[in-house]
Ligand binder design. Structure first.
Ligand SMILES: Nc1ccn([C@@H]2O[C@H](COP(=O)(O)OP(=O)(O)OP(=O)(O)O)[C@@H](O)[C@H]2O)c(=O)n1
Ligand SMILES: O=P(O)(O)OC[C@@H](O)[C@@H](O)[C@@H](O)CO
Length: 236
C-alpha cells in the first residue's frame, strides 16, 4: 500500500507573528495546505492521504477537507508530533494500527508548505521508494555551499558539483524507516532536519529524485510573495 503523508504539524515560527501556522495562510486565495493536498488527491496510487497537524488545528483542517474534496474519505487528519520526524512516526503508527506494516508499505512524506510539487515528482517518489526503499527529492545546488563550524569564518567550501539542495517529498519503505529511527540515540535524533538522514546515519542508500527549482518551501514572509507569482504561472 502507498500512503501520502502531508507534514503540517509545525507552527511556522520563521513566518513571524501570524495568527495561524503558515500552512493555513492563503496563497492565490486558498490555504497553502489545500494547494498541496490537491496535488496528492489527484493521484490514484494513494490508499490514503494522512494529514498531520497541531492538535488545536485538527478540527479546522477536517473542515477544510470536508468543504474542498468530494471524496473526503481518502483523507484522514491526525495529530502531528513534537518534531518533524515524530510527526512522520505518528503517521507510521497510524498506518500500523489501521492497515498493518509490511515490506510493501510506502510513505511519501511531504512538507505541507511545498505546494508546487508536480505529478511527475510524486510518481518518481513512489517508484523509487518501491524499487530502492528510500529516496529524496533534490535539485543541484545553484549557490556555492559554504560551511562555517564556528559561524565566523569559513571552515569548508564543498565541491559544488556534488552538492544538492534537499526538497520533499522524501519517500520510504515505512517499516525500514521505523526500524532505523528506533535505533537512533537521542543525540542523533536532535541533529536531524529531515528524514533521509536517518537512513544515511545508518549507512543505507537513499536514491535521488529530480526535483524542481519551483518546488519551494514557504518558510519566510518573502516566500509568500514568490508563491503568489508561482500560483499565477500554475493557473495558465
Ligand atoms: N513538529 C513538526 C514540525 C514541522 N512539521 C512540518 O514540516 C514542514 C517543514 O518544516 P518547516 O518549514 O520548518 O515548518 P515549521 O516547523 O512550521 O516552521 P518553523 O521552523 O519556521 O517554525 C512543514 O510543513 C511543517 O508543518 C511537522 O509536520 N511537524
Ligand atoms: O523543518 P525545516 O523547514 O526546518 O526543514 C525541512 C527541510 O529539511 C525539508 O523541507 C527538506 O529540505 C529536507 O531535505
Amino acid at each position: 500500500m502507498v500512503f501520502g503523508v502531508i507534514l503540517a504539524g509545525g507552527i511556522g515560527s520563521r513566518m513571524g507573528n501570524v495568527e495561524k501556522p503558515k500552512q493555513y495562510l492563503n496563497v492565490g486565495g486558498k490555504p497553502i495546505i489545500l494547494h498541496t493536498l490537491e496535488k496528492f488527491y489527484v493521484n490514484s496510487k494513494f490508499e490514503k492521504l494522512i494529514v498531520l497537524c497541531p492538535s488545536q488545528w485538527i478540527n479546522h483542517t477536517k473542515n477544510l477537507v470536508k468543504k474542498n474534496f468530494n471524496d473526503d474519505s481518502k483523507i484522514v487528519v491526525i495529530e502531528g508530533g513534537s518534531t518533524r520526524n515524530e510527526t512522520i512516526m505518528n503517521s507510521i503508527r497510524y498506518i500500523e494500527k489501521e492497515y498493518g506494516l509490511d515490506d510493501d508499505t510506502i510513505i511519501v512524506t511531504h512538507d505541507s508548505v511545498r505546494p508546487f510539487l508536480t505529478y511527475r515528482i510524486i510518481e518518481d517518489n513512489i517508484r523509487y521508494a518501491q524499487e530502492y526503499g528510500a529516496c529524496d527529492t533534490v535539485i543541484p545546488a545553484s549557490d556555492t555551499i559554504v560551511e562555517s563550524v564556528g559561524h565566523e569564518v569559513i571552515s569548508n567550501i564543498p565541491d559544488r558539483s556534488v552538492m544538492y539542495q534537499g526538497q520533499t517529498p522524501q519517500s520510504f519503505k515505512a517499516k525500514k524507516l521505523k526500524e532505523l529511527y528506533e535505533g537512533l540515540t537521542e543525540e542523533e535524533k536532535e541533529i536531524l532536519t529531515d528524514a533521509c538522514k536517518i537512513f544515511v546515519i545508518k549507512g543505507q542508500d537513499v536514491h535521488l529524485v529530480e526535483g524542481e527549482v519551483f518546488n519551494i518551501k514557504i518558510t519566510y514572509p518573502y516566500d509568500l510573495r514568490v508563491a503568489e507569482t508561482l500560483i499565477k504561472g500554475e493557473d495558465k
